[in-house]
Design a protein around this ligand. Structure first.
Ligand code: BTN
Length: 152
């Protein structure tokens, strides 16, 4: 019929577009090794069924005069597997200072297919007196890209 002549090529183009989208869609995965804009490195382990993970953080910089040491991190990812660009948060408990940093962010796949973690952080330092509380928290952003990134 006349309708079929018009509908068939439409469905063909639609299915090709959906297939191409399916092939190009890359999930952003937190597991692995990352480096940020300060040169800090972190390793994130496998996620459990609840989206929780552990890892280690090697910072390139410190607000202290102490010698930098590898420090543990613990975090969780939102709704594992349901969304391809998940939100997450993690805490680093610094082994060489009395400070704690919390990071929150989202794992994106950029237009070149490369994964990038866009984060914000709060670094809480210990102060001796409550009167110094006002100056105890630093804030910033960090952008992480995958270390030794290998596609497929
Ligand atoms: C400290 O100095 O007491 C601990 C190290 C803090 C390093 C901070 S955390 C936020 C920022 N991003 C990094 O990779 N390093 C700094």
């Amino acid at each position: 019929s006349a309708e079929m002549v018009q509908v068939t090529p439409f469905l063909l183009v639609l299915s090709l577009a959906l297939m191409a989208h399916g092939l190009s869609e890359r999930k952003c995965m937190l597991t692995g090794r990352w480096i940020n804009d300060l040169g800090s490195n972190m390793t994130i382990g496998d996620l459990n069924r609840k989206g929780e993970f552990a890892g280690s953080y090697h910072t390139a910089v410190t607000a202290t005069n102490n010698e930098i040491q590898l420090s543990p991190l613990q975090g969780s990812q939102h709704r594992t597997n349901q969304k391809s660009q998940p939100t997450f948060g993690f805490t680093v408990n610094w082994k060489f200072s009395d400070s704690i940093t919390v990071f929150t962010g989202q794992c994106f796949v950029d237009d070149e297919g490369k994964e990038v973690l866009k984060t914000m952080w709060l670094l809480r330092s210990r102060v001796d007196n409550i009167k110094d509380d006002w100056k105890a928290t630093r804030v910033g952003i960090n952008i992480f890209t995958r270390l030794h990134s290998q596609k497929e």
